[in-house]
Design a protein around this ligand. Structure first.
Ligand SMILES: Nc1ncnc2c1ncn2[C@@H]1O[C@H](COP(=O)(O)OP(=O)(O)O)[C@@H](O)[C@H]1O
Ligand SMILES: Nc1ccn([C@H]2C[C@H](O)[C@@H](COP(=O)(O)OP(=O)(O)O)O2)c(=O)n1
Length: 437
């Protein structure tokens, strides 16, 4: 963190070169994510974004956007006004925008009625930060809302049949927009070929994989009869009809994904914890990806001097060993904030970092080590380019945020010293020359 002293963080110079990354860029980012009210008519932003992409630094720019989460799917969706009913959603169909940097992750969860889809989904949500969208719950909520589709949905469900895809896809689309997330567990969908094709056509999204809870009818029937949620369709007549519809309409969808190598079949007759254990490895790669993305975002906010993002990503009790602490363990954020603060005094300097040879090691469910070499390019006060290479280890821990959601926080880091390399400067004799690599 302390090399911020020389690299001086975010610079006016970069603000200018990256156009829309003005001094208010963090606000821009937060605005989209927290309030979702960004004005799409903002010409300044549109113009600057396009020139940014076409610039020489497009590579870095794209990386920056991804790292900062600026172009996430949820942001794109939040750009659109949220609609309060399905009727309003009608007017907006097909408007989920997939931005180019980060596509949403969608996992479909299939299985017969009572196979335990909802039960496992709530465990996945708690552990992996997905938004759970149950097609059945959305349809039941639509009935309760008194919408024009209510009676039709109610009758269809009572008959154990499948509601037309047009309605279900719109409800899903609306819920996705409103979630502010870009990781979705979609439960009880697609239930037939029509559902599958409609979702893909309207959203353009393909699932990462599809979980299929394989359970016997006897066991499913037993579970539903004990479910006690007062559902109109949880009676023996409707249950039998639902089983029939499942075999005829939903199993072909399961087969479709099996042929495409996307199916994860789970023996759902076991007990709840056993089933969850076999689901965990499916989500581990997402956790690793997210940790790497968070680490990049952290380095990026250091480079650009965005303390607000740094504070969001780090635990207030962050500990660190870094060359600047001279072998002492630094505790808390004040030591690091100092460098962000003085960064503002050196607006002519700029820097950017890249991660090389990253390795993510999960330690149980709630802790992880991310190790890598960080290559940091910067310019000195006299405009000379320089490259440093640090070996860094960051310890991340998953902790509840103020709203009780589990989020990853950087709780400790360790950074090595770096030999300084100045590619455009003749090596001096003596001490400096030995430092260069
Ligand atoms: N593995 C399991 N073993 C026993 N009961 C279960 C299991 N999974 C879920 N249940 C119970 O069975 C009922 C149906 O589960 P649910 O998650 O609602 O199924 P689905 O969403 O597939 O219809 C619930 O009452 C739930 O508590
Ligand atoms: N994609 C979907 C999902 C559910 N439905 C309707 C028809 C289903 O029988 C009911 C209940 O579905 P839900 O997934 O909540 O419950 P079960 O898995 O059947 O226990 O909703 C639908 O029409 N289309």
């Amino acid at each position: 963190m302390a090399s911020l002293f020389t690299r001086s963080l975010r610079t006016t110079c970069r603000h200018r070169s990256l156009g829309f990354l003005s001094s208010s860029s963090p606000t821009w980012f937060n605005y989209r994510h927290c309030e979702g009210k960004f004005d799409t008519s903002n010409k300044h932003e549109e113009r600057d974004t396009s020139s940014f992409k076409s610039s020489k630094s497009a590579c870095y720019s794209t990386w920056y956007l991804a790292a900062a989460g600026i172009c996430s799917f949820s942001s794109a969706m939040l750009l659109e006004s949220s609609c309060s009913s399905l009727e309003e959603a009608d007017k907006e169909s097909g408007q989920i925008q997939q931005n180019d940097v980060r596509t949403p992750r969608v996992v479909f969860v299939l299985g017969g009625p009572g196979s335990g889809k909802g039960t496992q989904c709530s465990k996945i949500v708690k552990n992996y930060g997905f938004t759970h969208l149950s097609a059945g719950d959305l349809l039941r909520a639509e009935i309760r809302s008194g919408s024009q589709y209510g009676a039709m949905i109610q009758n269809t469900i009572k008959e154990g049949k499948i509601v037309p895809s047009e309605v279900t896809v719109k409800l899903l689309q609306k819920a996705m927009k409103e979630s502010g997330n870009d990781n979705f567990l979609i439960d009880g969908f697609p239930r037939n070929e029509e559902n599958r094709a409609a979702f893909e056509t309207v959203t353009g999204i393909e699932p990462e994989f599809v979980i299929f809870f394989d359970c016997t009818e006897e066991e499913m029937e037993r579970r539903i009869m004990n479910r006690n949620q007062g559902r109109a369709d949880d009676n023996i007549d409707t249950i039998r009809k639902r089983f029939k519809v499942f075999v005829e309409s939903s199993l072909p969808v399961v087969e479709f994904y099996k042929e495409r190598g996307k199916l994860q079949k789970i023996d759902a007759t076991r007990d709840i914890e056993d089933i969850f254990k076999s689901l965990k490895p499916l989500f581990t790669p997402f956790v690793e990806e997210d940790l790497l993305r968070l680490t990049k975002e952290l380095l990026q906010c250091i480079d650009v001097g965005d303390y607000a993002v740094y504070k969001r990503l780090c635990d207030p009790a962050l500990t660190a060993f870094e060359p600047e602490s001279h072998g002492h363990l630094v505790e808390g954020l004040a030591f690091h904030k100092f460098y962000f603060d003085i960064g503002r005094m050196f607006p002519a300097l700029s820097s950017q970092s890249q991660i090389s040879s990253p390795k993510v090691t999960l330690v149980g469910d709630d802790a992880a080590l991310v190790t890598y070499t960080r290559l940091r390019q910067s310019t000195t006060m006299d405009g000379v380019p320089s490259v440093e290479a640090f070996n860094e280890t960051r310890v991340w821990e998953r902790k509840p945020d103020s709203g009780g959601m589990l989020v990853w926080k950087n709780v400790h880091f360790h950074r090595s010293k770096s030999p300084r390399h100045r590619p455009y400067r003749k090596a001096k004799k003596g001490k400096d020359a030995r430092k260069g690599c």
